[in-house]
Design a protein around this ligand. Structure first.
Ligand code: 57M
Length: 356
């Protein structure tokens, strides 16, 4: 909105010329998101508490989690607000990718909201896993079809192997849907300790902010030999808003958490990250940048698989963060160590720009 209102005034006031720069608008979208989240956080925490929108903690779980009973949840409302409003303020709204990102965030957020709402009203029984998966798949399929019908490239690039481009044709549809739905569920599984999911979400968003900028810049993309996606640079503004919103949420979600994001937050953030990976054409890179989410999801797959096949557990409890809790690590120690790993993974992902 600000872009459309102020950039045309550049002939009268040359200072408004600065609105043409994606970098400038990304920085201010990040700051706006951060401030919105910080300012509205305390209000939302009070409001959710007074409405008794509080977390129920399952009986079967690490013992220290019982004390978390009653923590306000659905903080994802704050995250979504702080992502969408700055995006609408600072981005070029004629860019279709911006609307796709807003749609995915709101769509996955709505599925998460339904799940959270049902859990509150039906004594912990949210959507059935199959129902959740179906809704997520419908949204992701719609988005990927939209992209394919607007001549989106169905090639995929492989990190570290720049000359390899595989055209997947129509197989791109199930592949991209898998990336989006998988990312959404993996972030959800990670969201089980204070600050644990939002830290890697911040780092992953920041990484994709860089990749969106580069993919949208024809000369830089050619120089770095990465896929050039005209118009994707604008997504740096969206990703910047995600960084700001996530940092603001972390302010309140850090140990001991005053608020949880709920499925409304985790599904929306994961879906948005998956879609960023698709549009920037850095699909496989997500397994590196989002390595924490991948490991969390794999730990559940191995645990459930091993239990069913051999009747034995691989971990003391899955997802893997519970394993470390039961080994006696303190919650902040697990969280901060996972952040450090996430940061290293992000650096490795960025290094793929130069390594081949
Ligand atoms: C959500 N959410 C938390 C909060 C958050 C298949 C199975 C592995 C699925 C998995 C599962 O359901 N995961 C999805 C994990 C819950 O947090 C709420 O959920 C939202 C995210 N969707 O925003 O609203 C609890 O997590 C803790 N929490 C924090 N701080 C935070 O900032 O401490 C969350 C956010 C909260 C709070 O305690 O109540 C969750 O875990 O429910 N299931 C599991 O993760 C369960 N694992 C399990 O059953 N393992 C078995 C299986 C795989 C065979 C095993 O290993 O033997 C664990 N969940 C819980 N307790 N609560 C088991 C122990």
């Amino acid at each position: 909105m600000l872009y459309h209102l102020l950039f045309p005034l550049r002939d009268v006031y040359s200072v408004f010329n600065v609105f043409q720069y994606i970098t400038f608008r990304t920085i201010y979208a990040t700051i706006t998101a951060l401030l919105l989240g910080l300012l509205f956080g305390p209000y939302l925490i009070r409001r959710l508490s007074s409405l008794r929108i509080n977390q129920r903690v399952r009986e079967y779980g690490p013992p220290n989690h019982k004390s978390k009973e009653g923590t306000p949840t659905m903080g994802g409302l704050l995250i979504i607000l702080s992502v969408v409003v700055p995006t609408l303020l600072w981005a070029n709204l004629t860019n279709p990718y911006i609307w796709i990102m807003v749609f995915v965030t709101l769509g996955f957020g709505a599925v998460g909201f339904l799940d959270d709402y049902l859990k509150l009203t039906r004594e912990g029984r949210g959507l059935k896993p199959g129902e959740k998966f179906l809704l997520q798949t419908l949204i992701a399929t719609f988005v990927v079809l939209l992209l394919i019908f607007s001549n989106f490239d169905t090639d995929v690039s492989v990190p570290f192997f720049k000359e390899v481009r595989i055209d997947m044709g129509w197989f791109y549809l199930p592949f991209a849907v898998f990336v989006i739905v998988g990312a959404s569920n993996a972030v959800n599984l990670t969201d089980g300790l204070d600050g644990l999911a939002i830290g890697p979400v911040t780092i992953t968003s920041a990484t994709y902010m860089l990749f969106a900028y580069l993919a949208g810049h024809s000369r830089l993309a050619a120089y770095l030999q990465i896929p050039h996606v005209p118009g994707s640079g604008e997504l740096a503004i969206f990703a910047g808003a995600m960084v700001g919103a996530s940092l603001a949420f972390l302010w309140y979600n850090t140990y001991p958490a005053q608020i949880f994001m709920g499925d409304i937050g985790s599904l929306a953030l994961g879906g948005a990250i998956g879609t960023l990976a698709i549009i920037t054409k850095q699909e496989f890179l997500l397994t590196i940048v989002g390595g924490i989410f991948v490991v969390e999801a794999l730990s559940v797959i191995f645990q459930v698989g091993s239990y069913r096949l051999r009747g034995k557990r691989v971990f003391r409890m899955a997802p893997i963060h519970h394993h470390f809790e039961l080994k006696g690590w303190s919650e902040p120690k697990i969280t901060v160590r996972f952040w450090i790993i996430s940061l290293i993974l992000s650096l490795i992902a960025i290094s793929t720009l130069k390594l081949r």
